[in-house]
Write a new protein. Structure first.
Length: 131
């Protein structure tokens, strides 16, 4: 069963084929700030988490890893991803796939970035509310 408190309220404009409790806007999702300069809107299904993340210009995240597979798409901006010790330039329009457990870090460019990411399994640490 889906966690309705995490995926938001039904949309008032639905077609006869839509499942209303599964259609929502990012502003209706859980909003967290896991670190200074990082904002996350998170929604989850039974087995995965979808996020929209915004990272401030010139931010450098701590190197970290997690057991979750991670697939992403850069909507805006550019960054250097340090994945398993190797730098990878990523710009708007590009995607990435990281297996669980791989150490990674992000060095954000001068404009900041906005990304969409999917994690499997569910990121339980992204549950909750404003941090």
């Amino acid at each position: 069963m889906y966690n309705r408190h995490l995926i938001g309220n039904p949309s008032p404009e639905i077609s006869e084929f839509a499942v209303p409790e599964y259609v929502f806007n990012p502003e209706e999702c859980v909003k967290i700030n896991p670190a200074v300069g990082i904002g996350v809107f998170a929604a989850e299904c039974e087995k995965m988490t979808l996020t929209i993340m915004e990272l401030k210009p010139n931010l450098v995240t701590d190197e970290h890893s997690h057991p979750h597979e991670q697939v992403g798409y850069m909507i805006e901006g550019d960054a250097v991803f340090i994945i398993n010790g190797e730098p990878h330039s990523v710009r708007a329009g590009q995607m990435w796939c990281l297996p669980g457990g791989v150490p990674h870090q992000v060095k954000v460019g001068r404009q900041g970035i906005r990304v969409v990411e999917v994690f499997y399994p569910v990121r339980e640490d992204f549950r909750g509310g404003q941090s």
